[in-house]
Ligand binder design. Structure first.
Ligand SMILES: Cc1cc2nc3c(=O)[nH]c(=O)nc-3n(C[C@H](O)[C@H](O)[C@H](O)COP(=O)(O)OP(=O)(O)OC[C@H]3O[C@@H](n4cnc5c(N)ncnc54)[C@H](O)[C@@H]3O)c2cc1C
Length: 441
C-alpha cells in the first residue's frame, strides 16, 4: 500500500465558508464500499467531473470523496474571480501566441458557461454577478502591464477599457489607483456558497462522502483507497485533489506542484452610512497590476475582501504564524485604499492552498492503468477546474474535441528542483516579487 503522507487541514476561519449558508455535510464513508468510479477531491474539478460522469454514465455508481467539508477547502476560500481571459505572465503582452491564447480563452469560457448553467439550473444562491473586473495599478511597472495587456487583448479581438484614476472612484469608491483596465467578461461569485450548492445538487448516481481523507492507496486491477473508517474499492480512479495528487505514489506527478499559500480577509458588512462614504458601484472586483499585489472586492452583501501575501508551505498545511503576520498586511492594504472606512474591521482572515507548476502547465488525462485526473490549476481554477473536470468525464466517455486534444497534448508540469534549492528559490522569489509589488500590495 502507498501511504499518502500529506493531507489537507485548512484553517477554520474562511470568511466565505462562515458567511454562506450552513449545510449538513454528507456522512463520512464507513466500512467496505465498491464502486465503478471514485473521484478524490470535491473542489471545482471534482464536482464538475462527478456531475458530467454521472450524465455520461447514467447507470454507473460514482463516489466523490472529500477530506474536509465541501466549501471549506481551496475551492471555497479563493477570491471568487471566474476569469475567461488568458493572462500569460511569461509573455511581453501577457497574451503571447494568439492561437494558444484563443484556445485558453475557449477553455475558460467553457468553464464559465458550465458554471453559470449549473448555478442557474439548480438555483444556487452564490452572489454570481457578470460584472467584469478591473485590473488596477499605481506603480509605473503596474501601469505598463495594463497598457501591454490591452495591446495583447486587441490581438485576440477582446475589448477592454482603460479608466483613468480620476474616474475610478465612480466605479470602485477609492481614489487609490492611478489607472485600471476594465474587462467585462469576468464573473464574480461567493466561492464557498457556489461549491456548497453544487455539492447539494449532484445527480442521484453520485454519492458524496465528506470528512473522508484518503490516507493510502493500493494500485492493481482494482484500486483500493484506505481511509480511517474503511476502504473504497474502485474500478477507475480520478484524482481531482489538486496539489495533493502528487502524494499518491504516481512517479509522473511526484514533486511537480508548488504548494503556495495565499491569504484573505473579509470585513464585516458595511452600514448604509459607510456604503455612502465609500461610493462607487454596489459590487466590483479588482485584481492588481503586479501579480504579487492585492486583489480587492466589494461583495454583493457589502463586505470588502483583501487578498494578498504568499508563503511556501511544503507540507500543504497552513502556518499559524504566517496568518497572524499577514493579517497586518491586509489591514495596511485596506487602510491605504479605504481611509474613509478606517473603523471597519475584518471579521474573518484565512489562508488557502494553491498548486503552481514552474511551466504553468496542468495535468489532464491518464496517469496509470485505470487512474486519471485533472490537477494543478495555477491560480485560475474556478473556470479551468470546472472545464477540465467536465472535459475529463467527456473524454472518459470516448468523446474528443479541440479542447480535449489541447489538454491531452500538454506536457504537464515539469519536475521541481530538489530541496533545499526549491525552498530557497521559492522563498526568494516570493520575497523579491512581494517587495516589487510596492504600493500595489
Ligand atoms: C486565496 C486564494 C485565492 C484564489 N483566487 C482565485 C480566483 O479569484 N480565481 C480563480 O480562478 N482561482 C483562484 N484561486 C485558485 C482556485 O481556488 C483553485 O485553482 C481551485 O480551487 C482548484 O480547484 P480544484 O477542484 O482543482 O482543487 P481544490 O479546490 O484544491 O480541491 C481539491 C480538494 O481535494 C481535497 N483533497 C485533497 N487531498 C485529499 C485526500 N487525500 N482525500 C480526500 N480529499 C482530498 C481537498 O480537501 C480539496 O477540497 C485562489 C486560491 C486561493 C488559495
Amino acid at each position: 500500500m502507498h501511504k499518502v503522507n500529506a493531507l489537507p487541514a485548512d484553517d477554520p476561519s474562511c470568511g466565505w465558508f462562515r458567511t454562506s449558508r450552513h449545510r449538513q455535510p454528507a456522512p463520512a464513508a464507513t466500512g467496505d464500499i465498491k464502486t465503478r468510479w471514485a473521484i478524490i477531491g470535491a473542489g471545482l474539478t471534482g464536482l464538475a467531473a462527478a456531475r458530467q460522469l454521472a450524465k455520461n454514465f447514467p447507470s454507473d455508481q460514482i463516489v466523490l470523496i472529500e477530506a474536509q467539508e465541501v466549501g471549506y477547502g481551496t475551492a471555497g476560500r479563493n477570491a471568487g474571480f471566474a476569469i475567461d481571459l488568458p493572462h500569460d505572465i511569461g509573455a511581453k503582452d501577457y497574451v503571447g501566441d494568439p492561437q494558444v491564447a484563443k484556445m485558453i480563452l475557449k477553455l475558460n469560457r467553457t468553464g464559465q458557461s458550465i458554471m453559470r448553467q449549473t448555478v442557474e439550473e439548480n438555483k444556487i444562491e452564490c452572489q454570481m454577478r457578470a460584472c467584469g473586473k478591473y485590473q488596477a495599478a499605481i506603480e509605473p511597472k503596474g501601469i505598463a502591464v495594463l497598457e501591454a495587456y490591452q495591446r495583447g487583448l486587441e490581438k485576440i479581438g477582446e475589448g477592454s477599457e482603460l479608466i483613468e484614476g480620476k474616474d475610478l472612484p465612480d466605479h470602485i469608491g477609492t481614489s487609490f489607483y492611478r489607472r485600471a483596465l476594465y474587462t467585462p467578461s469576468t464573473i464574480l461569485i461567493q466561492p464557498s456558497a457556489m461549491v456548497k450548492g453544487m455539492a447539494d445538487t449532484l445527480p442521484s448516481n453520485v454519492t458524496l462522502y465528506e470528512n473522508t481523507a484518503i490516507r493510502g492507496v493500493e494500485y492493481g486491477e482494482k484500486i483500493t483507497l484506505f481511509h480511517k473508517q474503511g476502504r473504497i474499492v474502485t474500478d477507475k480512479l480520478i484524482l481531482a485533489n489538486n496539489g495533493f495528487g502528487q502524494n499518491f505514489g504516481i512517479d509522473r506527478l511526484k514533486h511537480t506542484m508548488i504548494p503556495l499559500f495565499l491569504y484573505g480577509s473579509l470585513t464585516r458588512q458595511l452600514t448604509e452610512e459607510e456604503q455612502k462614504r465609500l461610493g462607487g458601484k454596489p459590487y466590483w472586483g479588482v485584481i492588481p497590476g503586479s501579480p504579487y499585489g492585492s486583489t480587492v472586492r466589494r461583495t454583493v452583501d457589502n463586505r470588502i475582501l483583501i487578498r494578498n501575501s504568499f508563503s511556501f508551505n511544503p507540507n500543504g498545511r497552513p502556518k499559524a504564524d504566517c496568518l497572524d503576520r499577514f493579517i497586518k498586511n491586509h489591514r495596511r492594504s485596506f487602510l491605504r485604499r479605504f481611509p474613509m472606512l478606517e473603523n471597519v474591521e475584518f471579521e474573518h482572515s484565512w489562508s488557502g492552498y494553491l498548486a503552481m507548476s514552474r511551466n504553468h502547465e496542468g495535468y489532464f488525462g491518464q496517469f496509470a492503468p485505470n487512474v486519471y485526473g485533472a490537477l494543478c490549476c495555477n491560480g485560475l481554477g474556478i473556470t479551468r477546474g470546472t472545464a477540465t473536470g467536465t472535459l475529463l468525464a467527456d473524454w472518459l466517455a470516448g468523446q474528443r474535441n479541440d479542447l480535449i486534444d489541447m489538454l491531452l497534448a500538454s506536457p504537464g508540469p515539469n519536475k521541481l528542483p530538489p530541496e533545499p534549492f526549491l525552498s530557497i528559490g521559492v522563498n526568494a522569489t516570493l520575497m523579491w516579487d512581494g517587495y516589487r509589488a510596492g504600493l500595489e500590495s
